[in-house]
Design a binder for this molecule. Structure first.
Ligand code: NCD
Ligand code: ZN
Length: 356
């Protein structure tokens, strides 16, 4: 290891130097939003797991490869960024297509959206048993399954959907596919923390920057706050505390996934506002703030830069990023002439700023 690595994760007074992190769950979108949003992820993270919930979703190798090209086309040639593409599972998805995509290096993982669970999930899986043949194939070839862990039944209260999913769906998947690598994405509950902790080495979880900071009150603070609305929805404070505790504990199966999910301002500030929080512009700074508040800055590097690649079986990044301790005002509004997006932390000042 180089000299620089010796100060990784340590606070040398003014700066925090970290092995370059990866984002294990992000929505980059397409077209004008992609052209606007991708740079924020690429400037912090070496790699990112790219969500496939476009319209139409990414369900074929050709669509995955074409989307990867569109992402690279909006970034500078020397960005050094690697998008890790995912396939969107549907009831009809062909195991052969998934295997071809994985073996050819187009797809890193598959994403399970229960149909109707979240933004652009209408073509998702209606009954998880329908994809048993695909899961069997994925287990055989060593391809990870990424899960949006919420049941969709209208009979289940929205605040309980994640906990019920663990019992009704995830337990079955783990039971029938004991060697399948599974990532429970963007966990929001103490139930999920405990479930993942109790599971074996094949189950990991990502935690967003925003679920470490907001609880469900944020959506109702002095009025209806659409920019604090995302799925899975933020829960009670005790759940947030459980997430903060595990994220900063150094547990190697909990790692960084922003779930940054930009939507145009007018589509959030609407009678039926979209779910999604755009955290990419200051994601690492937001995580750093949380870790510092928890007295765990020395554990940020594991969470952000080491546990994810180890779980996926990918090499750690060689480069570093530097966070300067410097007041960092987050704008109220970002975008272009054509697109307006309200970022996470809008109007707040964070304690850290990514250098460069
Ligand atoms: C995501 C989106 O907008 O695509 N929204 C969200 O609230 N996180 C979808 C998702 O990951 O659930
Ligand atoms: Zn997401």
């Amino acid at each position: 290891m180089s000299d620089a690595s010796e100060q990784h994760g340590t606070d040398s007074g003014a700066d925090l130097v970290l092995r370059q992190p990866d984002d294990w769950h992000v929505h980059l979108r397409d077209d004008a939003m992609l052209a606007f949003a991708a740079r924020y992820t690429a400037r912090q993270f070496a790699r990112a797991i790219i969500m496939p919930n476009l319209v139409p979703p990414v369900t074929t190798v050709a669509a995955g490869a074409a989307y990867r090209e569109r992402i690279m086309a909006v970034l500078p040639e020397d960005s050094g960024f690697t998008p890790l593409m995912t396939a969107y599972l549907t009831d009809e998805i062909d195991p052969g297509e998934i295997e071809t995509g994985f073996k050819s290096g187009v797809f890193t993982a598959c994403k399970l959206y229960p149909a109707g669970a979240t933004t652009n999930s209408a073509s998702g899986v209606t009954d998880v048993r329908k994809i048993w043949p695909v899961l069997e194939r994925m287990e055989t070839i060593g391809m990870p399954l990424l899960v949006h862990g919420e049941v969709v039944s209208p009979d289940i209260d929205i605040f309980d959907r994640e906990a019920v999913f663990l019992e009704q769906v995830l337990s079955l998947v783990l039971r029938d596919f004991p060697a399948l690598k599974v990532v429970l994405e963007h966990i929001t509950t103490e139930d999920s923390v405990q479930f993942v902790e109790a599971a074996g080495p094949t189950l990991g979880a990502t935690i967003t920057a925003h679920h470490l900071r907001i609880d469900r009150n944020a959506m109702f603070q002095g009025g209806l706050r659409p920019h604090a609305y995302c799925l899975p929805v933020a829960k009670r404070r005790r759940h947030r505390e459980a997430l903060r505790k595990i994220a900063t504990s150094g547990h190697p199966r909990f790692f960084l996934g922003t779930d940054s999910a930009p939507h145009p301002k007018h589509e959030k500030e609407s009678a039926c506002g979209c779910a999604g929080i755009f955290s990419a512009p200051a994601a690492l700074e937001s995580y750093a703030q949380t870790f510092e508040e928890e007295g765990a800055l020395d554990r940020l590097e594991g969470f952000a830069s080491e546990f994810g690649p180890r779980f996926y079986g990918l090499p750690l990044n060689e480069g570093t990023v530097t966070l300067n301790r410097q007041p960092h005002a987050i704008p109220e509004l970002m975008g272009t002439d054509a697109i307006h997006v309200v970022p996470f932390h809008a109007g707040e000042t964070l304690a850290w700023r990514l250098a460069g």
